[in-house]
Design a protein around this ligand. Structure first.
Ligand code: HEC
Length: 154
């Protein structure tokens, strides 16, 4: 028992130093986060900003085909809170987009006249928006610019 003590002491000192250091490098991103974060030293995520996602959903035209909070078209599946199991696996949204890409892109060219292009921040924001019922409740018709409303009516 006496021989173990220094080992235990060393281990607890090590953990005491290592854990806070580790926590400092790891992201604190409950439910999204406004800052990007590092997954590994070589892989980073942008910010998951649900407010940006709401803006992108309305302004880039996702809303033409998808509805959230009762606002939007019905050509694509309803994406309101509850569509995905929670917590939402961000990668599942990305793989769904990939799996459905050919249908969606063809429809976008047809209905919007072009394919919607997203930046990494915008895609992360959209995913955060899909996982944020409070932000979804804020989606209003007034978020949708005139040109997108026109596409919705066509
Ligand atoms: C012109 C219509 C249209 C637009 C605009 C559009 N989508 Fe879609 N989307 C669809 C259709 C249709 C499907 C289903 C395709 C299928 O099932 O093969 C779909 C599928 C999806 C899915 C997968 C859902 C599922 O049930 O698997 C997600 C997520 C999605 N869209 C998100 C978006 C986002 C985010 C945007 C805006 C950047 C967007 N879509 C813009 C038509 C559209």
């Amino acid at each position: 028992m006496k021989q173990l003590k220094p080992t235990i002491l060393a281990a607890s000192v090590l953990f005491g130093l290592a854990l806070p250091a580790l926590a400092a490098t790891l992201p604190a991103v409950p439910g999204g986060g406004k800052e990007g974060f590092e997954l590994t030293p070589n892989v980073v995520f942008p910010a998951f900003d649900a407010a940006l996602g709401r803006k992108v959903f309305a302004e880039k035209g996702c809303v033409v085909c998808h509805s959230i909070n009762g606002i939007g078209g019905t050509d694509g599946p309803n994406l309101s809170w509850g569509k995905y199991d929670t917590p939402i696996n961000a990668m599942e949204v990305a793989t769904d987009l990939w799996a459905k890409a050919s249908t969606m892109i063809a429809m976008q060219k047809n209905e919007l006249g072009k394919q919607i292009i997203l930046s990494p921040d915008e895609l992360a924001g959209l995913i955060a928006f899909l996982g944020d019922p409070k932000e979804q409740a804020k989606l209003k018709m007034s978020d949708i610019p005139a040109n997108i409303r026109k596409d919705m009516e066509e």
